[in-house]
Ligand binder design. Structure first.
Ligand SMILES: *[C@@H]1O[C@H](CO)[C@@H](O)[C@H](O)[C@H]1NC(C)=O
Ligand SMILES: *[C@@H]1O[C@H](CO)[C@@H](O)[C@H](O)[C@H]1NC(C)=O
Ligand SMILES: *[C@@H]1O[C@H](CO)[C@@H](O)[C@H](O)[C@H]1NC(C)=O
Ligand SMILES: *[C@@H]1O[C@H](CO)[C@@H](O)[C@H](O)[C@H]1NC(C)=O
Length: 338
């Protein structure tokens, strides 16, 4: 032990201090424990509240698909439209006007196959898209510049397209076809079918699906046709009226709803053998009936070869090369008689 002296005082003091310190330490510990507990429970509470809020958010959040375009912007769209030189040269009257709905991501794939194959067989055939193509020999208009590319905006694109055609291209064709960029159309067969009908009566023709509307709707991908009379009603009466032609997240259902509000319904477009001329499914899906569903399809086709009309008009869900193959077999291959 170090004896007490001058140092002792110090040591004693120090010891005292130690004691005091220990005491303080004890009292601090005793204070700290509940504080720590308080801190833990606060953190736990915040965490629990946070999880609750996140859970409630995910359970109640609106996950329904939504369009990201508002029709009040329609007036601004016209100034954004660029028409390619090839499209400018197309006639303003004739039997059949065709427009194919495409978008920038398909310019180098699907759009090219459409451009190379059936679109030129329409009297006036164009691609409607959002941005300019590199190749001005492609007949296109940027009708959708200003409408964001989004699956749920397709109704706004078609709605605006029909109005644009009527008011800014021509209202003088007999028939107006809308098709997708993965649709193949045998234009001669379409014209032959249409020649049996009067374009001055409102007609709305295509492949009929059952859901959503009492009289069903024509599937967008099979291609659907409005007669001149139906286009006039659509552009003048339906397009500007949000009661008659309300917003929709589905292009084909939305257009059908507008037309139904003017008493224009899908018609039976099957041939004399009860076969569908228009097809919303691919040839494979049609042959094997993998998509045949009585709840969806109004005029269910037979299985196998029986499903294929000899006056076939359209198929859908085709790759660009399948579109080319269709065209090669129909227009470039001769079957020799031997
Ligand atoms: C168009 O131009 C872009 C950018 O220069 C290029 O990546 C694309 O391959 C071009 N497409 C065609 C069809 O030439
Ligand atoms: C589009 O079609 C036109 C007319 O057949 C043709 O001249 C042009 O080369 C085609 N463009 C492309 C990029 O295939
Ligand atoms: C639309 O029509 C107006 C008036 O007829 C014309 O000035 C305008 O250039 C047209 N726009 C397009 C994109 O065709
Ligand atoms: C829209 O159509 C409804 C039903 O026909 C009609 O009552 C209303 O006046 C129309 N609205 C406009 C702005 O034309």
């Amino acid at each position: 032990m170090v004896p007490c002296g001058s140092i002792r005082t110090l040591v004693c003091k120090t010891e005292d201090n130690y004691n005091i310190y220990d005491d303080e330490l004890d009292s601090l510990e005793s204070l700290k424990k509940p504080r720590k507990k308080l801190l833990f429970s606060t953190i736990a509470l915040i965490f629990a509240l946070g999880s609750l809020i996140i859970t409630v958010y995910f359970l109640t959040r609106d996950t329904s698909p939504k369009a990201t375009y508002d029709r009040i912007n329609d007036d601004k769209l016209r100034d954004l439209i660029e028409v390619s030189p090839a499209a400018q040269k197309l006639p303003k009257t004739g039997k059949l006007f065709c427009w194919v709905q495409t978008s920038t991501i398909y310019h180098d794939t699907r759009s090219l196959a459409i451009n190379e194959t059936w679109i030129h067989r329409c009297d006036h055939g164009q691609l409607f898209t959002s941005e300019k193509f590199n190749d001005t020999r492609i007949p296109y208009s940027t009708v959708f510049a200003g409408i964001p590319d989004n699956y749920y905006n397709l109704f706004f694109k078609s709605r605006y397209a029909f109005h644009h055609i009527y008011s800014n291209i021509s209202s003088e064709f007999d028939w107006y076809l809308k098709a997708d960029d993965d649709t193949y159309v045998i234009v001669e067969n379409l014209k032959a079918f249409l020649s049996t009908l009067n374009p001055d009566e409102p007609h709305y023709l295509g492949y009929v699906l059952k859901p959503y509307l009492k009289n069903g709707y024509n599937a967008g991908g099979a291609g659907y046709i409005l007669s001149r009379a139906a286009l006039k009603i659509f552009a003048e009466k339906l397009y500007p009226n949000s009661t008659l032609c309300p917003d929709d997240i589905y292009e084909d259902v939305g257009i059908a709803r507008c037309l139904a509000n003017a008493g224009i319904y899908p018609e039976d477009t099957r041939n004399a053998h009860g076969q569908n001329r228009f097809n919303t499914f691919s040839p494979t899906e049609t042959f094997h009936q993998t998509k045949a569903n009585v709840d969806w399809v109004k005029f269910l086709e037979k299985k196998g070869y029986e499903a294929f009309a000899n006056d076939l008009v359209s198929f859908h869900h085709l790759s660009p090369d399948e579109i080319r193959l269709f065209d090669i077999l129909l227009y470039r291959v001769d079957r020799k008689q031997v």
